[in-house]
Design a protein around this ligand. Structure first.
Ligand SMILES: [Mn+2]
Length: 364
């Protein structure tokens, strides 16, 4: 952590916040738990310093994360118009970006990850700060960059930054409880409850947060234990219809619009589904394809030698982490599975990948 957080950067960040009157906090498209946790934590930290701030996300967050926004202060930039079914831009959210004198971007590495907000962000004249844990940040866009791919989550990175700020000075008791709760929720969410990307620093953070009074049992229940029946039934359907390809050691799930309608799908309902394929012996890469209005959204996970960020960059118009990445396709959903398998075959061949586990899955 010391390579990205140093005293000079902390005092620069502290001065930027101290000199700001209207901070806009930005998260990424399809906001997840780490995104919503880190933006709400930063917002409550700024509240504590009486610095005016607004959170703007490219779209609405999943309902199960609403406990992180009890004051209903998070604005969605693009919202679905109930009458037309199309997308409309929130004038409020747009104005908040234009009015800001400081922009702080969390859990994404380029304005491109904010989709429709990108032009607005690129035109904004204010100073910009990045706090993120994805590889290859677009550093030239930001005036100050905190980037560390070793961190489990943007929430963990923000935690260590806040701990170094002069008003907290490594004393966890000086961190407000709502800030601590949000940071913990973001970390638990991105690590899938300590299942991936954790390091000793993640446990040090957890220990301090527990000292501060964060209730891990409650948070665990709020994040992972309040599924709707529809979501659980959809999970059952998706597991029953998951396909396994022994040759590429891969699993594939496709969530079509038809199935979404059948199970009354709402945003967040497929959270974590992509990880399920990796539970099968011999599967090293897992994909979830979600049909949307104008594209098929791609989620990829790996636990072997296949670096899914490279796979996504090459074949799925996306990127991310070695073991977790996303992307998009604009081909018909019926062609997605064949495309995925041929992309995998080519990638495995081009990269010379061999599988660690000789006992491949045996298909259905
Ligand atoms: Mn994250």
């Amino acid at each position: 952590m010391d390579t990205v957080i140093n005293a000079e950067k902390i005092s620069q960040f502290d001065a930027m916040i101290g000199g700001a009157e209207r901070v806009v906090i930005i998260g990424h498209y399809n906001p997840d738990g780490d995104c919503v946790g880190s933006v709400s934590a930063l917002s409550s930290y700024l509240d504590g310093r009486s610095v005016g701030n607004v959170v703007v996300l490219p779209g609405p967050y999943p309902q199960f994360l609403s406990f992180l926004d009890s004051g209903h202060r998070i604005k969605a930039f693009s919202i679905k118009d109930a009458s037309t079914g199309g997308q409309t831009v929130s004038a409020d959210a747009e104005q908040a970006v234009k009015d800001a004198d400081l922009m702080i971007c969390l859990d994404h590495n380029t304005p491109g990850r904010t989709e429709g907000m990108e032009p607005l962000l690129r035109e904004a004249p204010c100073s910009k700060v990045l706090i993120d844990h994805h590889p290859n940040p677009e550093s030239s866009f930001y005036d100050l960059v905190f980037s560390d791919t070793e961190m489990s989550s943007a929430s963990e990175l923000l935690f260590w930054i806040l701990m170094e700020m002069p008003d907290i000075s490594s004393d966890i008791r000086r961190m407000e409880l709502p800030t601590a709760l949000s940071l913990c929720a973001g970390m638990l969410s991105d690590t899938n409850n300590f299942n991936n990307s954790v390091t000793p620093s993640t446990f040090r953070m957890s220990s301090l947060l527990m000292d501060r009074g964060v209730d891990f049992t409650l948070l665990n229940d709020l994040i992972f234990g309040r599924c709707s029946q529809d979501r659980m039934k959809l999970m059952g359907y998706m597991l029953s219809n998951m396909t396994i390809d022994p040759e590429t050691a891969s699993a594939c799930m496709i969530l079509t619009r038809k199935i979404q309608r059948k199970y009354n799908f709402v945003s967040g309902d497929s959270e974590g589904f992509v990880n399920l394929g990796l539970k099968i012996k011999g599967v090293e890469v897992s994909a979830l394809f979600t049909e949307e209005a104008d594209r098929v959204r791609v989620s990829l996970r790996s636990k072997g030698g296949i670096r899914v960020n490279r796979l996504s960059e090459t074949f799925f118009h996306g990127g991310g982490h070695d073991k977790a990445s996303g992307g998009k396709l604009t081909i018909p959903v019926t062609e997605v599975r064949d495309y995925y398998l041929s992309a995998l075959r080519q990638f495995i061949c081009d990269e010379g990948i061999t599988f660690a586990d000789a006992s491949r899955p045996s298909g259905q």
